[in-house]
Design a protein around this ligand. Sequence first.
Ligand SMILES: [Zn+2]
Length: 335
Amino acid sequence: MKSFIHTLFAGILVLFTFCVNAQTTNDQLAINWLQYLSDDSQKGRFTGSPEHLKLGDSIAHYFQQTGLKPYPLINGYQQPIEINYGKNKILSNNIIGWIPGTSMPDEFILITAHYDHLGTASTNPNLAFNQGQQVILKDTIYNGANDNATGTAAVLTLADYFVKHPPKKSLLFVCFTGEELGLMGSWPLVYLLKDVSVQAVVNIEMIGRSISKKIKAPVLTGYEYSDLGAILNRSLEKQNPALYGHKYIAPDPYYTHKLFYRSDNYSFARVGIPAHTILTTPPNDKYYHHVKDDFKSIDLPHFTQTIETIKNSLLYLVNEAIVPKKINTLLLPEK
Ligand SMILES: [Zn+2]
């Protein structure tokens, strides 16, 4: 009898833990991916490097294992991208997984991040300007933990969450190649999806460090160009008004840095799709494009809490029959 009660109690405990955890994003999964993506063995994930191609295979394998489907316009989970780079052609892939919507499968929300970075001092000839720091630090690997292993890990963790909580609209989870070479992976995907109803793109960048010790909330680039920010904030307020209040995600205050134009969201925004980047790190961050942007520089609780926030911000958009307003491209200033 004792052992039966013990077993029953343990069972209830497991069930309770499962119920609690099932409602939140998986922190350990996010941290494991972050560590793997920013490990020295990835050699800074330079677009098209052997390490970057192998990483693309790993992400594709993960999508398959997690239960995402290949999107029919793509052969498998990888969209080949060819980039002219000086005299060379670089071949690499966007990695894409699909969760079909349960009741609005023809309406799409994209959740995206770039998984490339700068490589190493020897693989990236454009890094000559940074050589001083390498000599001093004897480190030549740009691990890109914050930029953008954090965003990539967030996309992969959100994919895991939404497989377990199927959304009403279709979701495409996209890891872009070639961002650091000039948003080279995103434009071919805009073109591929030209006849698909893409309602919005939520791009994630640099969520591993906060604006300050006090200001942890994310900001959204180009907030004023669509109502996507308002829709995300409405969702947050609905989930937890005490925690998030009315406008938790703020407009990007670093207007002069033109962040809206500097990540893959812009490729979609320029054709009018409400496409914005969520980030939490200011553009003057001391480790931006620095060899010290590595795993140990990341504020892990901030990182995992931000993924949870992003998940909460998406619930309304992906489950309700609401369509964000298109961006009026005539209002976008010249890049
Ligand atoms: Zn980036």
